[in-house]
Design a protein around this ligand. Structure first.
Ligand code: NCD
Length: 303
């Protein structure tokens, strides 16, 4: 039995296989509409979500399966003090696979250790978000046609942004990618991830200025400042509008740049950018459903 807790739980070959299957699902949705007949997905969401939870649910329905779960901690027994371990062992009796989002780093790993069915990490605190990374990889595959030789800029909250952490780790699997880290000093990428980049000899630079690096980027991955992870509101208010992407800032960008964002957007991309053909964050959200269909099939061992 396999779980997906960290994106690197999947080999490069498995990543490529899951992306290829997602592309096939996009091309031939009818062939997949009964693949999960009789199967149940549990969505255990202890933190707010729109795209991740609902794309998981849509994915399972489009595979002919069913869904059960909860969308906030207060409607689950965790409000009574139940541990993640106990919730996971009980849910194993009710579902064939589960996706868990939790504010505590490591909670889905604890669930996996106590579950007899596959557990998917749907975001754990400021740590990891591997299924967003699968979504991002499918987007990069469809928009750029390759996973190597890319200069990828990550802009915004690189400290708490779990989608950033997981995508950077995935990009280390492919050759000649250059990582450009754009953030205020206080929101820089955690040093444990930079240490890994150093060990793997992956080229990266840090910049406080988006304008300074814009011309070299193939992909610009914008992120929201993660208000819920801040210790005080004043820091959040001071940092929240550090970067606001607008059409003027894009004048020096490559013509084939792709602008990504895991969403939700707050202020960091002006809505005037939405009609720029280089903006692909809404397509990215659409791909999330297909890649989760592919992942569910993979973890359930369904051909
Ligand atoms: C992200 C998350 O939950 O980490 N959202 C998502 O899953 N698409 C990004 C965010 O909340 O900023």
């Amino acid at each position: 039995m396999r779980h997906l807790i960290d994106i690197l739980d999947l080999s490069t070959q498995e990543l490529d296989q899951i992306i290829a299957k997602a592309n096939d699902i996009i091309d031939n949705p009818g062939e997949y509409s009964e693949k999960c007949h009789g199967k149940k997905l549990a969505t255990l969401f202890f933190e707010p979500s729109t795209r991740t939870r609902l794309s998981f649910e849509a994915a399972m329905y489009e595979l002919g399966g069913n869904v059960l779960g909860f969308s906030e901690a207060k409607s689950s027994s965790s409000a009574k003090g139940e541990s993640v371990a106990d919730t996971a062992s009980v849910l194993s009796f009710y579902a064939d696979i589960m996706a868990m989002r939790h504010p505590k780093e490591g909670a889905p790993l604890v669930a996996a250790m106590n579950s007899t069915v596959p557990v998917i990490n749907a975001g754990d605190g400021g740590h990891n978000h591997p299924t967003q990374t699968l979504t991002d990889l499918l987007t990069i595959n469809r928009e750029k046609g390759r996973f190597d030789n890319l200069t990828v800029g990550f802009c915004g909250d690189l400290k708490f942004g779990r989608t950033v952490h997981s995508l950077i780790m995935a990009l280390t699997r492919y050759a000649n990618n250059k990582i450009v880290l754009i953030s205020p000093m206080e929101l820089r990428l955690p040093s444990y991830i930079k240490d890994t980049l150093d060990k793997l000899n992956i080229e990266y630079i840090e910049s406080e200025s988006l304008e300074a690096v814009m011309p070299e980027l193939d992909i610009l991955y914008m992120t929201r400042v993660q208000r819920e992870r801040f210790f005080n509101e004043e820091d959040y208010l001071r940092l929240k509008d550090s970067y606001i992407l607008n059409p003027e800032k894009l004048t020096t960008a490559k013509e084939d740049l792709r602008i990504m964002h895991p969403l939700p957007r707050v202020n960091e991309i002006s809505t005037a950018v939405d009609k720029d053909p280089r903006a692909c964050y809404f397509r990215q959200a659409m791909y999330g459903k297909y890649v989760r269909m592919s992942l569910i099939l993979y973890l359930l061992g369904i051909e």
